[in-house]
Design a protein around this ligand. Structure first.
Ligand code: MN
Length: 342
């Protein structure tokens, strides 16, 4: 999915501060914010990553949670061809279906329980439209920053339908990385994990180092529905509970209506990234060149950055199948150049 903000800001994302000792067991609560949508789309999107003070959890750099939306009211997801660089996009649905088409030659339909992972590498364009049979659309869009050694790789696409693992009154679907003995075969370029967990009413799921909880990872738990507490702290709807590295055990306890959560985690990323609209790079000039090359390839603007070292010969974002809706133009970049935090 595209970052659908009308006027996205450029952000520097970096590893955040970690709590220490006993304090680290208590989660830091990250509040969701409603994404200001560009007029025509009525989808209800709540964003918990990136945010001021906490922009990365491992390599996870973006988390949008949307729906459940009645598509007869919202029109569903209609995101025409748009670009990405330097990241992987991960789609996970609770309800509905999304048709994906990309410039690396892949076409796929995302369905609940089946993860789609698109690796943008040096550059890709894709479109996403909810399927005609979707009545309720509900899911999450997550982005994973690629480390420097992988971010210029050719684009590719993978999908995986994890077999849920049942433990302590919970069903856990590990879509990337490994946990509870379940290993996802999709390609992660840094040590990370992502899973959906459905807990029965009153269930307590204990994740321990022996069962795959990594003490070197930081973690985030997003509440999708029901009620839940993480290490004894209760989490509200759409809040993301952040846990610093050093966890020996993480306890997720459902309330009397049960709960469904997403767990993300990873080793602190250690690289500073620059993110704007749908692009991830390492410096502002790179983002400017990506934007210029995309606008040029879709016939919107002259190739103003063609002399830039960040311009690549030939197509970065194509080719794309004919007969598709017109590509999304890139928003205007903010005038002021972002200064790195000191
Ligand atoms: Mn996208």
């Amino acid at each position: 999915m595209s970052n659908i903000e009308a006027a996205p800001k450029e952000m520097i994302c970096e590893q955040g501060p970690h709590g220490e000792g006993a304090a680290a067991r208590t989660p830091e609560i990250l509040e969701p914010r409603d994404v200001p949508l560009d007029g025509i789309r009525a989808m209800n999107v709540r964003r918990t990553l990136p945010q001021r003070g906490r922009s990365l959890i491992g390599a996870w750099c973006f988390l949008d949670h949307y729906g459940p939306d009645d598509v007869s009211e919202t029109g569903g997801m209609r995101v025409a061809r748009h670009p990405h660089t330097g990241l992987q996009t991960l789609s996970w649905l609770f309800s509905g279906g999304i048709d994906h088409l990309d410039s690396a030659g892949f076409a796929a339909t995302v369905r609940p329980g089946e993860m789609n992972l698109m690796t943008a590498g040096r550059g890709i364009t894709h479109s996403e439209f909810s399927t005609a049979d979707t009545t309720v659309l509900h899911g999450a869009q997550l982005w994973i920053a690629l480390p420097d050694h992988a971010r210029h790789m050719p684009p590719t696409f993978e999908s995986h339908r994890p077999e849920p693992v049942t433990r302590d009154g919970a069903a856990v679907s590990v879509f990337i990385g490994s946990l509870l003995g379940s290993i996802s075969p999709v390609t992660a370029h840094t040590p990370i994990v992502g899973a959906e967990m459905t807990l029965w009413p009153g269930a307590t799921l204990r994740l321990t180092n022996d069962e795959g909880l990594a003490s070197s990872f930081e973690y985030g738990v997003l509440l999708d529905r029901g009620s839940v507490s993480v290490n004894g702290t209760s989490i509200g709807q759409d809040q993301l509970a952040y846990l610093a590295p050093g966890q020996e055990e993480v306890t997720i306890e459902a309330g009397e209506s049960g709960a469904r959560v997403l767990l993300i985690g990873g080793e602190p990323f250690g690289e500073k990234i620059v993110m704007w609209w749908n692009f991830v790079g390492r410096e502002h000039d790179e983002i400017v060149a990506y934007r210029s090359q995309y606008q040029h390839e879709i016939g919107r603007e002259d190739a103003t950055e063609q002399g830039s070292p960040h311009w690549i010969a030939g197509e970065r974002f194509g080719p794309f199948p004919d007969g598709q809706p017109a590509p999304l133009p890139a928003p205007v970049m903010p005038i002021s150049r972002l200064k790195p935090r000191t």
